[in-house]
Design a protein around this ligand. Structure first.
Ligand SMILES: Nc1ncnc2c1ncn2[C@@H]1O[C@H](COP(=O)(O)OP(=O)(O)OP(=O)(O)O)[C@@H](O)[C@H]1O
Ligand SMILES: [Mg+2]
Length: 219
């Protein structure tokens, strides 16, 4: 495999999708359209996107926590096989909007199913495919929730409606994961203005992959 797999994690409203949109545009300018892949979880392939719809449908509020964990893992499996592995084999840079860390955090810690259990379940799904670099966009829960409420009120999904305490737990679970795996997971302060966050993310990517953003980043 010759590609590069970069995942973006962090609480709801941290700015993952906004940051990736900018990074993707700038990477395409450097590498060309067919060398850069944006993908997201849950989803990222036709079957995985169908599973996403089941997960986020407002009428599915009675979904059992283990059912939810299994569906996230099932969606991830299909994403790995249909999208991520082929892209890596083609030498692409993958910018992935959430990956396995989100399951460890939301299902393992948030839903209290246990990170160990969720990790085993997901090992079966990912079959060894871990990102070479993970960016944890860290933001206080109040800020993330406020951003969603202010800018995306029309798109608030079932999981966004969880209590503030749930979001606090999620944020701290991401921070704990980063402490456990500081080589793979790099923390970026996402409470700053978007341009600043994007610049800091580019610097972190450049430190891991010096050929990316080599002209933009002072090393
Ligand atoms: N650094 C920032 N400063 C101010 N507003 C921001 C910043 N980053 C993102 N936003 C705004 O906050 C909202 C949420 O951002 P975004 O959708 O990128 O977050 P996300 O991490 O992808 O959230 P989710 O986990 O819910 O998908 C958007 O309306 C976006 O315009
Ligand atoms: Mg998003």
């Amino acid at each position: 495999m010759s590609g590069k797999f970069i995942s973006f994690e962090g609480p709801d409203g941290a700015g993952k999708t906004s940051v990736i949109r900018q990074i993707k545009a700038d990477l395409i300018a450097q590498l060309g359209e067919n060398q850069v892949l944006y993908s997201r979880e849950p989803g990222g392939s036709p079957i995985a996107e169908q599973i996403r719809q089941v997960l986020f449908a407002p009428e599915n509020k009675d979904m059992d926590a283990r059912t939810e964990a299994l569906l996230f893992a099932a969606s991830r499996r299909q994403h790995v096989v249909s999208t991520l592995r082929p892209a890596l084999a083609a030498g692409k840079v993958i910018l992935c909007d959430r990956y396995v860390d989100s399951s460890l955090v939301y299902q393992g810690a948030g839903r209290q199913l246990g990170e160990e259990t969720i990790w085993k379940l997901n090992q079966y799904a990912i079959d060894g495919l871990m990102p070479g670099l993970t960016i944890d966009l860290d933001v206080p829960s109040e800020v993330g929730l406020r951003r969603i409420a202010e800018h995306r009120a029309d798109q608030v999904n079932r999981l966004d409606k969880e209590k503030l305490s749930f979001h606090h737990m999620v944020r701290h679970a991401f921070l704990d994961l980063q402490k456990d795996d500081p080589d793979r997971i790099k923390l970026v302060d996402a409470s700053q203005p978007l341009d600043q966050v994007v610049a800091n993310v580019k610097r972190v990517i450049n430190q891991r992959y010096p050929e990316l953003f080599a002209n933009e980043t002072q090393r």
